[in-house]
Ligand binder design. Structure first.
Ligand code: MG
Ligand code: MG
Length: 255
């Protein structure tokens, strides 16, 4: 699929969707406390999405015809799970965990995508710093998302900030979003300044750095979704849906 430029009507819908998205993630974040299960979070997420007049876009989604349909509304990725953790009843949140929640929303036929990593109770200094720095990497990636800049500038900003302090996941990336769950272009978390597609006003992309405390090596699990760190060290993941504007960018998935 070619890179799409969204029109004013589509942008208005995505702005509204992004506010709903951010509010739901805020509410879910409050619920992430020791004892709650990933499945409970998923059920609540679906209820909140539907109550807002939207649909959970990950539920029943498949990236290709060989992969089974995703069975939940939310991805819940705890500790060494990088992304796409399938929520189950036996995944119980504990003190000291870091938990990524990733939600996809479909609202009036437009799609938004956003994730947070939440710190649960008392976590080690290293884990807290990892989460802080992954959030900072997202902010810097967004700052590089300017009209006239390229996709490579975003990856370069994220990778330069990482500066080999953390494993920087290469096998997974951000992406265009809006008319579908995933659109072109790929938005990797590494790259050369000035390389790749040029960003233009009206483009909407999901930027989503994933940093690991250990190496960048990942393991893909045979459920078709779960991705963990190969060395079982913890990983953080944060994501916003971002509109390229005439003079900069606008984070759609925040209040
Ligand atoms: Mg996502
Ligand atoms: Mg995404």
């Amino acid at each position: 699929m070619a890179i799409t430029i969204k029109n004013d009507n589509q942008i208005a819908i995505m702005r509204a969707a992004g506010k709903i998205h951010a509010r739901i993630l805020n509410e879910l974040e409050e619920l992430i406390t020791p004892g709650i299960s990933a499945k409970e979070l998923d059920i609540i997420a679906e209820q909140k999405v539907r109550a807002a007049g939207a649909e959970p876009s990950f539920l029943g989604y498949s990236p290709d015809r060989h992969t089974p349909k995703y069975p939940a509304s939310l991805c819940v990725s705890i500790n060494d799970v990088i992304v796409h953790g399938i929520p189950t009843n036996d995944m119980i949140i504990k003190d000291g965990d870091i938990v990524s929640i990733d939600l996809g929303l479909k609202y009036k036929n437009m799609f938004t995508d956003s994730a947070r990593t939440v710190i649960v109770g008392n976590v080690s200094k290293e884990k807290a710093q990892l989460v802080h720095d992954t959030r900072e990497a997202l902010a810097l990636g967004i700052a590089a998302a300017q009209p006239g800049n390229t996709v490579g500038d975003i990856g370069h900003a994220i990778e330069s900030f990482n500066n080999k302090r953390y494993g920087n996941v290469k096998e997974l990336s951000g992406h265009g979003v809006g008319l579908a769950v995933h659109e072109d272009p790929y938005v990797p978390n590494y790259g050369k300044a000035g390389a790749g597609a040029t960003l233009k006003p009206g483009m909407i992309i999901a930027i989503e750095p994933m940093f690991n405390l250990g190496t960048s090596n990942v393991k893909f699990h045979n459920d078709g979704y779960t991705v963990t760190t190969a060395d079982k060290q913890v990983s953080a993941h944060v994501e916003h849906t971002v509109l390229i504007t005439e003079n900069g960018s606008e984070i759609l998935t925040e209040l």
